[in-house]
Design a protein around this ligand. Structure first.
Ligand SMILES: *Cc1c(COP(=O)(O)O)cnc(C)c1O
Length: 385
């Protein structure tokens, strides 16, 4: 049986060769020449003021909130339907995440829900490009500017996506990228903070390396200047090994995205007219990075049974992402009914750049069959005998 995994990282010989070069250079750690070159390339690619290469997107979000001066007791409005990294980052700095519900059609944060949650302690908003689809930045920007709030874009899943012709990651004054193995461009683990404000970048870069500048650069200085520590920083540096891998991945990002787009288009064709699920919706003013492919199941479908069936037939399946307000860690008293509904009904099916059209067709066919097996007939009640 052909097994079709849910995700697969496209890493190959070119990335291996780049790693071999780093080994030969003698500088595998962070903030070396490869890291600096990656930062220059990201700054150029995104047309931002500066880019800071970091160990992961969670670190980028943490550094963003530190640079913005978020303090204990502050409230930060976060998109609810997402991997919980934004809300975790808010908690790292002792602030309170306030969960905003999402649009039913896109899963991205609902700008009206954001506006409704603004209160005296609100300092900013973290929007998320849900599984690779950019949020409504025109509306979000007008709201945050009107109330003097910061806006951070969590573009962890959205490398290669666009919104009104602009690249995801550069749709807010600070954008955070992930290069984790399940994202569209990867070095295993990795991330970046992009910002229009060079002062925020300088702050983030310093705090990403224990609060002192690049050791690699200092070794080149004549004499023996000894750096001083004036603040407590973290070790959030991206290794030069990872930076070298990412140079290759950025060369390939369009090619890899093209293949994900072809997979999405084929699913849309093969699953068209299936009344037990809703296909993902991409508004006309933006493009999707297809980090995941989520379908929304009809309420009559038993998702757990369906997913177990797909897995038994060698096809990867997942629940999609999380309704953060439902996670026990936050003890949130809020309701985000749309997010809760997507959390209950979404299903992730295989999406990566190495899928063949034969595999995609098989997923669609098995899924159509399994939907019939795991749906209650029309008119029956949930829990009815
Ligand atoms: C994956 C993900 C993150 C975390 O990225 P890491 O690089 O693993 O820290 C953050 N936000 C969102 C929306 C994600 O999907």
């Amino acid at each position: 049986m052909d097994t079709i995994p849910l995700v697969h990282a496209s890493l190959g010989d070119r990335e291996l060769a780049a790693v071999a070069e780093v080994f030969a250079s003698g500088w595998p750690a962070g903030q070396g020449p490869r890291g600096a070159a990656l930062e220059a390339r990201l700054t150029e690619r995104y047309g931002v003021g500066d880019a800071v290469a970091v160990s992961n997107c969670g670190a980028a979000l943490h550094l963003a909130l530190l640079a913005l001066g978020v303090s204990p007791g502050d409230e930060v409005i976060v998109a609810d339907y997402t991997f919980p990294a934004p809300a975790h980052a808010v908690r790292y700095v002792g602030a309170v995440p306030v969960f905003a519900d999402v649009r039913a059609d896109t899963g991205t944060v609902d700008p009206q829900a954001v506006a409704d949650l603004i209160g005296p302690r609100t300092v900013g908003v973290i929007a998320v490009d849900t599984v690779g689809l950019p949020a409504d930045y025109a509306e979000l920007t007008s709201i945050t500017e009107r109330y003097g709030l910061f806006l951070v874009e969590d573009a962890a899943c959205a490398v290669g996506a666009t919104y009104r012709g602009r690249p995801a990651g550069a749709l807010a004054p600070i954008g955070c990228l992930s290069f984790h193995g399940r994202k569209g461009a990867t070095s295993g683990e990795g991330g970046a903070l992009l910002t229009t404000d060079p002062a925020h970048a300088a702050d983030a870069r310093l705090r990403s390396s224990f609060g002192i500048g690049s050791i690699f650069e200092q070794a080149k200085v004549v004499g023996l200047p000894i750096p001083v520590f004036t603040d407590v920083g973290y070790n959030y540096k991206l290794s030069d090994i990872a930076a070298a891998i990412l140079q290759v991945q950025l060369d390939r990002v369009e090619e890899l995205l093209e293949r994900r787009r072809a997979v999405a288009a084929r699913y849309a064709e093969r699953l068209a007219g299936e009344d037990l699920l809703t296909l993902p919706h991409v508004p006309a003013d933006r493009t999707h990075a297809w980090q995941s492919y989520l379908v929304t199941l009809d309420p009559r479908v038993d998702r757990a049974g369906l997913a177990a069936d797909l897995r038994a037939q060698g096809i990867g399946a997942g629940h999609g992402t999380w309704a953060c307000h439902r996670q026990p860690v936050y003890e949130a008293k809020q309701q985000c009914p749309v997010s809760a509904d997507l959390f209950a009904r979404n299903l992730a099916i295989p999406m990566h750049a190495e899928l063949t059209m034969t595999q995609v067709d098989r997923v669609a066919e098995v899924l159509r069959g399994a939907l019939r097996t795991h749906a209650r007939p029309h008119g029956t009640q949930e829990g009815a005998a």
